[in-house]
Design a protein around this ligand. Structure first.
Ligand code: PEP
Ligand code: MN
Length: 449
């Protein structure tokens, strides 16, 4: 059976194989949690999801650009006001750099307020000679390396909902309540970045924006409007835990359509995008914009089938294909994909995730990525699109506003044996605020209009 053969319901995914699901010790407890979740208010609203989809439809045509980023895996213990504010700041900074250079709106989508479940390449790991279950994200188990911490606990799904709700509450306050006003563009520069070359470039640009706003005010154009004073940050996460996603799926009373109200945009990972799998079945029935991760071993016919199943009406803005091919493969693997999909006439937002196929482990065991590899994959992504006549529509990063040492390279040239200094991630390595700003300036140079 393939996913389109039967009628969709929010639980029809249960008839298909669902990979990467936790092995809960007690199904009764899971059912109690899911009933509770299904009665709680939606985290995001159908109207907002539709607004994001129409912005993404612009990115299909090159009239807007998608910036998606945040933690690999959000950490419950870091759901605090300062951490949320720092992540928002770095996304706002990157967005303003890209808008200023590219001359088109930047659609800001956080890997935030719900990125709590992780697919793993192995079910177990060896720690100090002992095999224990892998960490699967804070919504499933805990990262500490002990057998006990790794037992899945369904109550963490409820906690995840609550963490997402408080994160969103603060994000909504920050983005609407004056913090994100362009008049404060200077204040988004983190203290530890201000004195760096990137920080100084940012300060110069911020000054120009401030002067432009002052000029508008001088000649009597009102700057007291939402375009200047407010911004929109949409949320996204990998739709991995299908029980949770189902519980958050609701019918919209205005359109009668089904929306997964756990986040605005959902993506389907490289490990769970099987054409006949449960994730594809679930996602084909909800109306959210969808991302699909594509790694270097993709099969072109599978990708075509996926896009047909998930977007039968070829609606622009519904599908974002997020290529994560790796610096070694991108030059070879990207052109046939772009050509194949172009031939079919699919409406697609093409986004580049330069992180996930560029991971390596250092001698002392830190999982890392090198800034130059990240930059090279992005450069090749843009150049390939330009030569194939397709549109590079966005980028996807794992990043944080903190001063972490998780990825090597960048202007401060972090090297392998400095990674221990401030290595905080519970999953994949993230760009720190300075590296994030640097990559934004590099992209800005490429897209300057
Ligand atoms: C991720 O985005 O954290 C991830 C696991 O990605 P992928 O599915 O591309 O490996
Ligand atoms: Mn990751």
């Amino acid at each position: 059976m393939t996913p389109t053969e039967k009628e969709w319901t929010k639980s029809s995914w249960k008839n298909f194989t669902a990979l990467q699901q936790p092995k809960w010790p007690d199904q009764k407890e899971v059912d109690r949690v899911l009933t509770n979740l299904s009665q709680l208010p939606p985290l995001v609203f159908a109207g907002e999801i539709r607004a994001l989809k129409s912005l993404l439809a612009k990115a299909v045509k090159g009239e807007a650009f998608l910036l998606q980023g945040g933690d690999c895996s959000e950490d419950f213990s870091k759901v605090t006001a300062p951490k949320i504010r720092e992540t928002l700041k770095v996304l706002l900074q990157m967005a303003v750099v890209l808008t200023y250079a590219g001359g088109k709106p930047v659609i800001k989508v956080g890997r935030i307020a719900g990125q709590f479940a992780k697919p793993r390449s192995s079910d177990t790991e060896i720690v100090d000679g002992v095999e224990i279950p892998s960490y699967r994200g804070d919504m499933v188990n805990r990262p500490e390396p002990s057998e006990e911490a790794r037992i899945p606990n369904p109550k963490y799904m409820l906690k995840g909902y609550n963490m997402a709700a408080s994160t969103l509450n603060l994000l909504r306050a920050f983005t609407r309540g004056g913090f994100a006003t362009l008049q404060r563009v200077h204040s988004w520069n983190q203290e530890f970045v201000v004195q760096s070359p990137m920080g100084r470039s940012y300060e110069r640009m911020a000054k120009q924006i401030e002067q432009a706003i002052k000029f508008m005010e001088t000649i009597g154009i009102s700057t007291d409007n939402p375009q200047i004073n407010q911004t929109e940050l949409y949320t996204s996460h990998e739709a991995l835990l299908l029980e949770y996603e189902e519980a958050m799926t609701r019918v919209d009373s205005t359109s009668n359509g089904w929306y997964d109200c756990s986040g605005h945009m959902l993506w389907i990972g490289e490990r769970t995008r099987q054409v006949d799998g449960a994730h594809v079945e679930f996602l084909r029935g909800v109306l959210n914009p969808l991302g699909i991760k594509i790694g270097p071993t993709y099969n072109l016919d599978d990708i075509k089938r996926l896009v047909e199943i998930l977007n039968p009406a070829n609606e622009p803005g519904r599908i974002t294909l997020i290529t994560r091919l790796g610096v070694k493969n991108v030059e070879k693997a990207l052109p046939p994909l772009l050509r194949g999909m172009k031939q079919e006439g699919f409406h697609i937002v093409w986004s580049c995730d330069p992180m996930h196929a560029n991971t390596y482990t250092t001698e002392d065991g830190h999982k890392t990525r090198n800034f130059n590899d990240i930059l090279s994959e992005i450069t090749c992504f843009f150049e390939t699109h330009w030569s194939e006549g397709t549109i590079p529509g966005g980028v996807h990063f794992e990043l944080t506003g903190d001063n972490v040492t998780e990825c090597t390279g960048g202007a401060r040239n972090i090297v392998d044996d400095q990674l221990f200094e401030n290595y905080q991630t519970t999953c994949d390595p993230r760009l720190n605020a300075e590296q994030s700003l640097e990559v934004a300036f590099q992209i800005a140079d490429m897209i300057r209009s």
